[in-house]
Design a protein around this ligand. Sequence first.
Ligand code: ADP
Length: 475
Amino acid sequence: MFIDGKWTNAHNQETFASYNPANAELLGEVPSGGKDDALAAIDSASKAFPSWSSLTAYQRSKFLIDAHRLMMESQQEIAEIMTQEQGKPIRAAMNEVQYAADFLIWFAEEAKRVYGRTIPSSRSDQRFLVLHQPVGVVGAITPWNYPVSMITRKVAPALAAGCTIVVKPAEATPLCAKAVFQIFEKASFPPGVVNLVTAENPKPIGEMFINDARIRKITFTGSTKIGKMLAEGAGRGLKRISLELGGHAPFIVCADADPVHAAKGLSLVKFLNSGQACISPNRIYVHAQQEKAFLDELKSRVSKLKAGPGLEQDSKIVPLINQQALEKVETQVQDALKKGAELISGGERIRDDSCADGFFYAPTILSRVTPEMLIYREETFGPVAPVIIYQDEDDLLEMANDTHYGLASYVYTQNLKSAMRLFEGLDFGIVGINDINPTSAAAPFGGIKDSGIGREGALEGIYEYLETKLGGFSI
Ligand code: ADP
């Protein structure tokens, strides 16, 4: 753990292990922190807050610029740790480190653009001045599927705004978090500005974030269930909260879409990180006219996806994070097949050669999926593409919006009118139009309904960590 600028063990000296999901190999041990450690981290962040928040934006920015440079210098090394611990292909891990570093430089720049404003008053002797100030100490909880970028997506805007922070990373990927904090250490942030508490049991750390009055903001990426629990706790203390939760993305192929382009897009975004992404398509609506062309192209592309450990250069299908994740995928596929889905490809665990000891599941296409199936409603977080064949475009919005989630959605059409109708009518925070990668440090990421509250990245990202203060001056 990294507390008050020093690497430390847990108070009770406990540790826990991190394993490679591709082959169950032990990768290392890290401290398993508890309440005492969270308290020490909050103490240190709280002590560091007055001086960090008093620096000029230019001074804070300088640290983030250094961290960006150092992270890019270690891109390969961090990517290798990520591939071993989380599983994603090494090229995807390299891209993720780049994405993570993008947040550092983006918010280094945004730090200098936290403009206030003056407001005309109806009284000639009065002036209004609006100022933005950091909310205070932040508690951050991050997930395992994007274990490096989800840390910088929270830390960079918090520090840019003048907040200090305590990060509790996912228990499946503590070594990735450690690698990020080694970069922060090298960037010489003042002690206490950034703190890391690793823990095998996240519950007591979450409770400390909720119960310690000095934590003024909780930021969380993970499941809807835990997000709601944290929001309830934060509500009791009237703490600010940002939540990036689950999704159940529709992927719409209209009657006038280019089916080859759409199938190519789907094969790229669906199997990214073996489907372990909150923006992964989970309901693929294909117009009946496009069924054959789309499925033929998709099947051909999926048949070329090679499964194997992420460090092997051409691996595209990597292991799921653990046994439980594998079982969830198996259950959803079995349920769909029992209820009449058609298996186009995959549909089973992979146990060949280099996949024998890992949690590999074959890239799977199901067609004729219906609303009665579990996969139509529940997030899969695995490499399964469930296709629904529809007849009438008038029903599309109702079908696509029929979910309690609202994160990402995708539309393929060559008609501007349909594109605009769906863009405006989809109840999702993100809509990709003929585009499978609508994410960037410069763009606001986030969902509505059960997918969360608040936005990360973009100019919106920094305001999540700022309060608004009004000055009324009588002159
Ligand atoms: P997933 O099921 O995808 O792992 P979780 O929401 O359980 O999603 O995990 C996301 C993050 O939330 C992880 O860092 C995890 O340790 C943390 N977490 C899980 N349960 C709790 C809890 N009760 N209190 C605080 N954090 C938690």
